[in-house]
Design a protein around this ligand. Structure first.
Ligand code: NAD
Ligand code: LMR
Length: 378
């Protein structure tokens, strides 16, 4: 069987770094793959050059490369879709403007998926604002495609967190397990190494970070580590002059591999931003939120039952509220039918708390309450 993989924004930086990993067996092993490269018309010339290069690599697992500006052609019966193409954040642009520009693009992506993709297609959204782009897309096709078939990329943040810890402790990054990125792929994300994180020693023993590390290292994990991971994307842009591409491409490829091909190892979680239909950890339903996930047989499962500190819940709440605001901004542009489906299925609930921590406040902002009240009357 040939796996049909569509990549939007394929002529961009991440596309260029990602395509070889999809074509050369790194993600899909010995399976044959057909790549459908989707771009805006102005980028098709440069995309044709990328196609030549892919063919020149003579990958034994690459059966065909199709370039198109038509999502219906790219997604036709597609098994896997990676949405990298979007409207970039320009200088001086507010986050809300970015959402406005991208909501129309991702509405079209969702409609095209609904029209022609395989009903069991798996979709990874990379383009920013990744969580909300993912929400908009899955909402457009949820009558035919299960929202569980979508995720937004926070595995890059996960790997950044592991990289920071490995550097600090002088260990190999693959000895650091179960850090969790909670929330939005933005500066409000919460990198959490203390709830479930552990190190693996030479003989395979698991040593929880919270009980193994020195007080100084634990303080670092609660302080500088958090802001370093939260701001890493911005820092790369500042220094490199453009946003991370190699690391984003590798983490997108590895997220697909763990999700769809190998699964996660026993006892291991990865971070994925997924559709929260269950209110996991007391987070508002109906947003795409990053959780610790176990992957098995091509499915993700949120790891439940972790005990979070009060501080951690406060951080999750901040990121949740940002995502609720992003959803509001996206709703402004989405047709009334969809607005209704989002607002009526939405139920924001108070954050859960452990018995020892007492209750935290209700997290729903008044603007969200008002908006949902209006929308539910449409
Ligand atoms: P880029 O500007 O180099 O490439 C984007 C490409 O998308 C361009 O070639 C553009 O022509 C194309 N495009 C724009 N609109 C399109 C549409 N409607 N259909 C198809 N293609 C379209 O950007 P990049 O560096 O490759 O980054 C891509 C996206 O990934 C950006 O939104 C960036 O912010 C985001 N990003 C996300 C993460 C993450 O971890 N989630 C990390 C890094 C970057
Ligand atoms: C990243 O995390 O590197 C990117 O999401 C940053 C950006 O704004 O493109």
């Amino acid at each position: 069987m040939t796996i049909k993989i569509a990549v939007s924004g394929a002529a961009g930086q991440i596309g260029y770094a990602l395509l070889p990993h999809l074509a050369n067996g790194h993600v899909f092993g010995h399976e044959q793959v057909e790549l459908r490269l989707l771009e805006i018309p102005q980028a098709l010339k440069s995309l044709a050059g990328t196609r030549y290069e892919l063919l020149d690599c003579a990958f034994p697992t690459l059966s065909d490369v199709i370039c198109t500006a038509d999502p219906l052609e790219a997604f036709d019966n597609a098994d896997v879709v990676v949405l990298v193409g979007g409207f970039p954040r320009l200088k001086g642009m507010q986050r809300k403007d970015l959402i406005t520009r991208n909501t129309s693009i991702f509405t079209s992506m969702g409609q095209a998926l609904n029209d022609v993709a395989a009903s069991d297609v798996k979709v990874l959204v990379v383009a920013n604002p990744a969580n909300t782009n993912c929400l908009v897309t899955l909402k457009e096709c949820s009558s035919r495609i299960n929202p569980k078939n979508f995720c937004a990329l926070t595995y890059l943040d996960h790997q950044r967190a592991k990289g920071q810890i490995a550097q600090r402790l002088g260990v190999s990054a693959n000895k650091v397990k179960n850090v969790t990125i909670w929330g939005n792929h933005s500066e409000t994300l919460y990198p959490d190494a203390l709830t479930d994180g552990y190190l693996v020693d030479e003989v395979g023993n698991k040593m929880p970070l919270k009980s193994t590390l020195s007080a100084e290292d634990v303080d670092w994990l609660k302080g500088a580590f958090v802001s370093t991971v939260q701001n890493r994307g911005k820092k790369v842009i500042e220094i490199r002059g453009s946003s991370s591409a190699m690391s984003a491409a590798i983490s997108a490829a590895d997220c697909l591999k763990k999700w769809l091909v190998t699964g996660t190892q026993d006892g291991e979680t990865i971070s994925m931003a997924v559709y929260n239909d269950q209110g996991y950890y007391g987070i508002a339903k109906d947003i795409v939120f990053s959780f610790p996930c176990v992957c098995k047989n091509g499915e993700w499962i949120v790891k439940e039952g972790l005990t979070l500190s009060k501080l951690a819940y406060e951080r999750l709440e901040i990121s949740q509220n940002e995502l609720l605001e992003e959803r509001e901004a996206a709703l402004e542009l989405i047709e009334p039918k969809l607005k209704r489906s989002i607002s009526t299925s939405s139920s924001t609930i108070s954050m859960m708390s452990t018995a020892s921590e007492g209750s935290l406040s209700d997290v729903k902002s008044s603007s969200v309450v008002e908006r949902n009240a209006i929308l539910s009357k449409i």
